[in-house]
Design a protein around this ligand. Sequence first.
Ligand code: CP
Length: 317
Amino acid sequence: MSNIQITKKDNFQHLLSIEGMNKELIIKIFDIAETFLKIGKNDVKKVPLLRGKTVCNLFFENSTRTRTTFEIAAKRLSADVLNLDISSSSQSKGESIIDTINNLIAMSGNIFVIRHPESGMPEYIASNVNKDVHIINAGDGNNSHPTQGLLDAFTIRKYKKDFDGLKIAIIGDIKHSRVARSEMHALSILGVSEIRLVGPKIFMPDDIDQNKFMEFNDMESGISDVDVVMMLRIQKERMQQEIIPSEENYFESFGLTTELMKLAKKNAIVMHPGPINRGVEIQTEVADSAQSVILAQVTFGIAIRMAVMTMLIDKNI
Ligand code: CP
């Protein structure tokens, strides 16, 4: 993709994809997120960095974590927050998405957080609205979910300190997952030594770069000796038809169990972007185990989203 998220003057204007970001920018986001994590532990969790700014959440697809953590992040930065209810908006009367956003810009919207089922929609919006606003991709089709990729890599840094020398397994329906795509870009840019893609052949992307990623089609070898296990759910909503025989059958072959976790390193962590499907891709005992950092990922997501929004607005940071 063209890198319209960084302006000619090196300003960070939009966050559309992890593709096109460099290691320095990602590390800067992480370092700023660290300061916001500390603020999240205070009784008063607010700072005035986005006072007077308006953050508009436009979610054309369901969400629990991303929408609410963007809202909490914006409120902690003292921004005004507008959650447009798409189902009761004038979209149903034929208004185009660009017209909807231009109307919200006329109401002084500054940051637009967009989730859309169509891949490329946030980039299309960024190319067609007023240059002064900021578009953040909160997940588009099976293309990209950059803040999830960032918060996942940030979680790994929190628990493992350094990316060098790590073996990381991304497991499940990689083909249909925007989260996997963003994780793969982030981990490659950050210099992870070994990134494994684990799952049945039908869930493998068509165009795996063999120089960057290793493919495994069985759990035992895929998980053996890894530091980090990143699980994914089956993205049924992005499939044309059912392509696995049954969920029980899938769990038997690719579900993460306590037995399988014994093959990973002793101090390996278990991650999942959510929503988790217990008994399909992950056993309840693993999801709730001491090795699971699934809920920590959610907490870190607030800090990462605060960092991204602050950097988009404040060019001096
Ligand atoms: N991880 C994630 O995108 O979750 P939501 O769909 O709940 O936002």
